[in-house]
Design a protein around this ligand. Structure first.
Ligand code: ZN
Ligand code: ZN
Length: 363
């Protein structure tokens, strides 16, 4: 049985427990997770006795190659997605259809319901969250590869820093270095923020030259074989100020303590509290303005979210980022981010880029 069949069978049992006859999967990452299909504009109807991919003629060949054994419904160019989907549901004689409320638009739901009188719709949310948050061996391998690729690219770009280069130059260099190293693309547009701009947690790279001195916050990742990495490092150039030394040390301690606590059974909100405690004790509590981290996988932001808002508990196979930060408007921000696998007895930090203060000083 392929890993996709295993995943679909597991989901089938979940859908059955919820009392639905079938699930219409509309979330593009969920379709990829369940079938291996890497394109878009394609839905999956998962029935108790099989499944059908609903797509269009652009993807016929690709679907045949990537999803052997899955029934295909390829719509003609004069049939829209709603008609094609409703036809498949009707022919399968489904009377009780679960839908993904987090991805299907209200408009599509209304159109589909109009075409399917007598079919009861059941809104579901996060049916695949549990399943997708714990990675199998193959997924972990792919994430490792994405981490390695991102780190190699980072080393290349750091070795060629020059004062005349802009934030955007560095972001573009990272992007192209990751592609050259085999990645499909960057997992998101790299953040390269010099000095005060690093106080914006999600700064976009500007055309400002980075200059001779000061520090750079770089947040980047690669997408390799569909899976992503997500890392953040600070690069310090020139003289180290007392303030930067202090802020950096606090963030590093917060991150180190949180990572040390990672093992199965730990509540994610407790992890967030450990890092937040260190930062708050140092007097910067109000300057850590986001959650501690998030799961990564097919998407950059997956469950579990490492946040006080989540009741999730760590389980083996989860891969999460740990990324505390301190942001001081007008001065700058410091964030460190690593990708960590929850193992059966503890954890393994997948990323290895140097981060001790003396290691991130260049020049
Ligand atoms: Zn990041
Ligand atoms: Zn992140």
């Amino acid at each position: 049985m392929s890993r996709f069949e295993t995943r679909r069978d597991k989901l089938r049992r979940t859908v059955k427990r919820r009392g639905a006859e079938a699930l219409l999967v509309t979330d593009v990452a969920n379709v990829t997770y369940l079938t291996g299909f890497t394109g878009d504009s394609t839905y999956l109807l998962l029935r108790r006795d099989g499944e059908t991919l609903i797509s269009d003629g652009r993807y016929t060949t690709q679907l045949g190659e990537e999803c052997p054994g899955v029934d295909l419904e390829i719509r003609a160019s004069n049939v829209n997605m709603c008609n094609s989907t409703s036809g498949v549901v009707r022919r399968a004689k489904v009377r009780n259809l679960a839908i993904e409320a987090d991805s299907m638009t209200v408009g599509f739901r209304e159109q589909l319901a109009e075409k399917l009188p007598g079919v009861e719709f059941m809104n579901t949310s996060g049916l695949l969250v549990e399943q997708r948050s714990c990675k199998d061996r193959d997924e972990i391998q792919r994430i490792r590869k994405a981490v390695r690729c991102a780190e190699k690219a980072f080393a290349t770009v750091c070795a060629a820093l020059a004062p005349s280069k802009t934030e955007k130059d560095l972001a573009d260099e990272l992007d192209s270095a990751m592609r050259r190293l085999g990645a499909q693309c960057a997992s998101f547009p790299p953040i390269v923020a010099a000095g005060p701009r690093s106080a914006l947690p999600h700064a976009s790279a500007t055309k400002q030259p980075i200059g001779e001195n000061g520090f750079l916050l770089i947040d980047w990742g690669a997408r390799d074989d569909l899976y992503v990495s997500d890392l953040t490092r600070l690069v310090i150039r020139g003289k180290l100020s007392a303030k930067l030394r202090r802020v950096y040390s606090v963030v590093l301690e917060a991150q180190t303590k949180a990572i040390e606590a990672i093992r199965p059974g730990v509540a994610v909100k407790d992890l967030d509290a450990i890092a937040r405690g260190v930062i708050t004790d140092a007097g910067f509590g109000r300057r850590f303005t986001h959650g501690l981290g998030h799961g990564i996988g097919l998407e950059v932001h997956e469950n579990p979210r490492l946040s006080v808002l989540s009741d999730a508990v760590l389980r083996p196979g989860m891969v999460v980022t740990v990324e505390p930060g301190i942001y001081l408007p007008g001065w700058g921000g410091v964030r460190l981010e690593d990708d960590v696998l929850v193992t059966r007895n503890g954890h393994e930090v997948l990323s290895g880029a140097a981060k001790q203060l003396d290691e991130v000083m260049v020049g």
